[in-house]
Design a binder for this molecule. Structure first.
Ligand code: ZN
Ligand code: ZN
Length: 549
């Protein structure tokens, strides 16, 4: 008898980033991807966000393996946190594994993690699942989609994909394998929705070869191209263009240096020995012969580009005649930071190229026409849009419906809704609790909405603290109180205000003998808040520490 198959989206459905899902049959669970997401501007102090896999904790002993589709942060970024909790084998293609190893090594987790390399064409048996990775093209080499055979039917997970016929690494998406899946019959297609609101076809990576050539020819000075450290294909395209235009290459930014070295060692990045420069060596080469690849295309504070823009890079300075290219799309929420960096680069005399002014980036994700090809080719019984905000998922669901998949066989759901396939029918279960898990320095999941709200208030108006000594017996303050403020008012200019505040505190601290310090604190805080609001129309965080003598 065929049992039930359960697909649980844990991350990446209803948002862009932190992709993760589990697939469950009988007593076995496999996981696909464990990505991270960048925080939004109002998530103060948060480094990044990982999926909430609380659901998996309850079924921990059934988790058999995690399969990774490719090496982007939104697919591997949470892996160090995941393997700390789940000691299961990790499957990845060669390049993806290389990128994972760098991550795990930095976190001292490499030795205790069982990593396995899989390749397109392999057949991997894990419990009731038979997994067939197949090649897809994306903006990083060695990306796979997954055919997952289960007793209930064949699942196809598209990974992140586009149908580029001239990709940077020359390996288009494996249409023959998809056709084979189709012949066998596909129960459910889980497909990348990132560009579901883009009509037409995503331009080929090859478009950029011409653009890079033109920019290099026209640029008399140094050229700095910023992109994601993991966009190995883009780095290769820039390097190849540099070779054609007689420029040598230096790489700036630790993550890109590490990734590029690993990708070169594994044969995924070709940078001839005689083309390589250190940052120091770029100073003794004519500017017209220099290409610097850099991190920080999202305006990240620690990225190379931001440090160049603010003059804080240890060995590089932007000067007149430099040209900077931002070859990546801006992740929603990062626009302000990116625009700030661009403005500062212009201020420093550089010329700056970025989308859409010049097409210096193409997406790695399928647009509508490509999404339609995948659906038409596979003719799945059920369709589930994945990887995208709700608007993307909805749009993708509509596309599938237009292509003839019936409404009840399309599941547009956000994270946490289990999809249960039983007897040829799909049922959407009750949502399991979940949310954001914030990584804040060494704290994972300890920083929640309450703390963020406090940070916001502190950020808006600062704080004022009063330290009051108080005599428990007489019910009167002893000496004058001490007031500490940060981010509220410039203290040297606030003598008068603060000395009035002292008076307010002193009278608030006159109470019935025997009143508890906690009650006095409350009185002082209220009186001080009211006073400060009356005088300044500001509401700083006010706290009092009353010390009984
Ligand atoms: Zn990706
Ligand atoms: Zn992705």
């Amino acid at each position: 008898m065929v049992g039930k198959l359960k697909i649980m989206p844990i991350g990446g459905l209803g948002e862009v980033g932190k992709n993760m899902m589990s697939i469950e049959y009988g007593r076995s669970i496999i996981i696909i991807d464990a990505g991270m997401m960048f925080p939004e501007l109002d998530m103060l102090g948060i480094d990044y966000i990982i999926p909430d896999w609380g659901y998996l904790r309850d079924v921990k002993d059934r988790v058999r393996a995690i399969l990774i589709t490719h090496g982007h942060q939104d697919h591997i970024g949470a892996l160090p946190h995941f393997v700390r909790e789940f000691n299961v084998p990790v499957y990845a293609t060669r390049l993806t594994r290389g990128l994972i190893e760098i991550k795990l090594k930095n976190d001292h987790l490499l030795d205790r993690t069982a990593l396995y390399t899989y390749s397109p064409g392999d057949i991997i048996e894990i419990g009731p699942f038979t997994i067939e990775p197949y090649h897809v093209c994306h903006s990083i080499p060695d990306t796979v989609g997954l055919g997952i055979n289960t007793p209930a039917g064949l699942i196809v997970h598209s990974g992140d994909f586009k149908l580029d016929h001239t990709p940077a690494d020359g390996l288009p998406t494996d249409m023959a394998k998809l056709a084979e899946f189709s012949r066998r019959g596909v129960l459910v297609l889980l497909s990348d929705s990132t560009n579901a609101d883009q009509p037409g076809t995503t331009p080929s990576e090859a478009v950029l070869d011409d653009v890079f050539d033109q920019i290099m020819r026209r640029t008399p000075g140094r050229l700095i191209i910023a992109t994601f450290a993991s966009l190995i294909s883009r780095i290769q395209q820039a390097v190849s263009a540099a070779a054609r235009n007689r420029r040598k290459v230096a790489i700036a930014g630790r993550s890109m240096v590490e990734n590029a070295k690993m990708a070169r060692d594994l044969g995924y990045l070709d940078i001839p020995e005689d083309m390589q420069l250190t940052l120091e060596e770029t100073k003794s080469v004519p500017p017209s012969e220099v290409l610097i690849m850099a991190t920080g295309s999202q305006g990240e504070p620690m990225g190379v580009l931001n440090r160049l823009a603010t003059g804080r890079h240890p060995s590089l300075r932007i000067r007149k005649g430099d040209t900077v290219v931002l070859s990546s799309h801006t992740i929603p929420g990062n626009e302000e930071m990116v625009h700030g960096v661009i403005n500062r680069l212009f201020q420093k005399g550089a010329d700056v190229f970025y989308n859409p002014v010049v097409q210096v980036h193409v997406s790695g994700h399928a647009s509508q026409e490509e999404q339609k090809i995948l659906i038409n080719l596979l003719r799945p019984r059920f369709f589930v849009p994945i990887h995208g905000e709700l608007r993307h998922l909805k749009q993708h669901g509509k596309l599938a419906h237009e292509l003839g998949i019936s409404e009840e066989n399309i599941a547009v759901v956000e994270n946490g809704y289990p999809l249960i396939f039983r007897d040829g029918r799909l049922e959407i279960g009750r949502r399991v609790p979940g949310g954001y898990v914030f990584v804040d320095g060494a704290l994972v999941g300890d920083t929640g909405p309450v703390v963020l709200r406090e940070r916001e208030v502190l950020g808006q108006s600062g704080f004022v603290t009063a330290i009051v000594h108080y005599n428990h017996e007489t019910g009167r303050p002893v000496g004058s109180s001490r007031i500490i403020t940060r981010g509220f008012i410039f203290v040297p200019d606030a003598d008068e205000l603060l000395s009035h505040a002292q008076d307010v505190i002193a009278s608030a601290a006159v109470v019935q003998p025997g009143t508890s310090p906690a009650d006095v604190e409350e009185r002082v805080e209220r009186a001080l808040s009211d006073f400060l609001y009356q005088e300044t129309r500001r509401k700083p965080v006010v706290t009092a520490a009353v010390i009984a003598e």
